[in-house]
Write a protein that binds this ligand. Structure first.
Ligand code: EPS
Length: 386
């Protein structure tokens, strides 16, 4: 139902996203998007680039007088750093300069395979686009999806579960409390004790020229039963969400609900039993499934955990081979973040929000918000009648 593309290089002029299929009549302002762009830029452990950028969106199509028109929405975010990169990122042949070519691929990055696949003598042509800078555009798209979902009482939130090998203890905390503590935390985590330890671990990694990964959780609250479908592989909601999360730079694994822990227990211990109450209708007392059964949302919270690898741009040298001389070297120093797990959590919200909005509009489809609302209300009446 909805789709988007992004374009733009990390040090190019701007990032652009075109979002197609959002119904007409959705109230949308710059503030809705800028708030999430700011959240993405935060997080203890970010590098100096974030001191240069202060991301703000421009909406250049698809919105008029504060509401979507149904036409494609074009979102633009400027790269402030581009002023120092104009010549190095020039589109003109006359500005070409072999002396600035990057020939030393970083282990763990797209550099080497991108150089081979695209036949590019300058690795910059790969790294500019594989850079996580692109996620600013995706967060802008996700913010529009979130705005749409909010109209229907659906919320997408995130929290950081671990950084390095330090885990947050969320025992005894309600999801509202977790969210409140997360939004006030420099590391987007709800455990203050763990946060202090994580910060010290990040400080140490920075001093050592190293980087750290971690795990974050994205939770979708208020999704009705029946988003996605069991009938075809590419309609399954968990499959679509997993694809979306895995498409985020540096994400190496995704699990839903109990996830990999499903392997440890027999079926009788892990499947969420079904109950019925005259007021509540069908309900469950556990949510090991993480809100999705048979590729469909089941009305419980959708719980997605993602692991982010440590960022591959390191000050600490790792073995690599120069693509011109074919000689070994110890990887070069590049400006980078030490840890970007809190930012990845915000990006995860955006990726999930887009997929949920797509599944929502597939189910309650229309070209205009009024009709989507009518369709959704009728479905809610049907669910209440069961
Ligand atoms: C990134 C390297 C750093 C990060 C960047 C992602 O940029 P630079 O090379 O300019 O120092 O700051 O992330 C962002 C710019 C951003 O907005 O998140 C990389 O190599 O992926």
């Amino acid at each position: 139902m909805i789709r988007y593309l992004t374009a733009g290089e990390s040090h190019g002029r701007q990032l652009t996203a075109i979002l197609d299929g959002i119904p007409s009549g959705l109230q949308l302002g710059l503030k809705d998007i800028d708030a999430d762009l700011k959240r993405r830029q935060g997080g203890y452990g970010r590098g100096d680039r974030m001191k240069i950028e202060s991301d703000k969106v421009s909406i250049v199509s698809g919105v008029r007088f504060g509401k979507t028109t149904g036409a494609p929405i074009t979102l633009i975010i400027e790269n402030k750093d581009n002023v120092s990169w104009r010549k190095k990122m020039s589109i003109y042949k006359k500005d070409s300069d072999e002396s600035i070519f990057i020939t030393k691929p970083r282990p763990g990055h797209a550099d080497l395979t991108g150089h081979i696949k695209y036949d590019q003598p300058d690795i910059r042509n790969i790294l500019e686009r594989s850079s996580a800078r692109e996620t600013a555009a995706r967060v802008a798209v996700g913010a529009v999806a979130k705005k749409l979902l909010k109209t229907f009482g659906i919320e997408v939130i995130s929290t950081v579960l671990s950084i390095g090998n330090i885990r947050a203890d969320l025992n005894g905390l309600t999801i509202d409390k977790i969210n409140e503590l997360t939004e006030r935390s420099d590391l987007r985590t709800a455990d203050r004790g763990a946060e202090e330890k994580m910060k010290r671990r990040i400080d140490r990694a920075k001093k050592d020229g190293d980087s750290l990964g971690g795990i974050f959780r994205v939770t979708v609250r208020g999704a009705p039963a029946g988003l996605g479908s069991h009938t075809q592989y590419d309609k399954k909601l968990d499959a679509k969400l997993a694809f979306a999360m895995m498409s985020i730079q540096a994400i190496k694994g995704v699990e839903f609900g109990l996830g990999f822990k499903y392997a440890d227990s027999p079926g009788s211990k892990v499947h969420d039993e079904i109950f019925y109450g005259t007021k509540r209708g069908y309900y469950k007392k556990s949510n090991n499934a993480g809100g999705i059964e048979g590729g469909m949302s089941n009305s419980e919270d959708i719980v997605i955990n993602c692991v982010m690898k440590p960022i591959p741009t390191l000050y600490k040298p790792l073995n690599s081979v120069d693509i011109v001389t074919k000689k070994g070297f110890k990887a070069t120093v590049e400006r980078s973040d030490t840890c970007a797990v809190p930012a990845a959590a915000v990006i995860g919200e955006a990726a999930a929000a887009f997929e949920i909005a797509d599944a929502f509009l597939t189910k309650f489809s229309s070209d205009n918000m009024k009709e989507v609302k009518r369709n959704f209300s009728a479905y809610k009446r049907y669910i209440r009648s069961l």
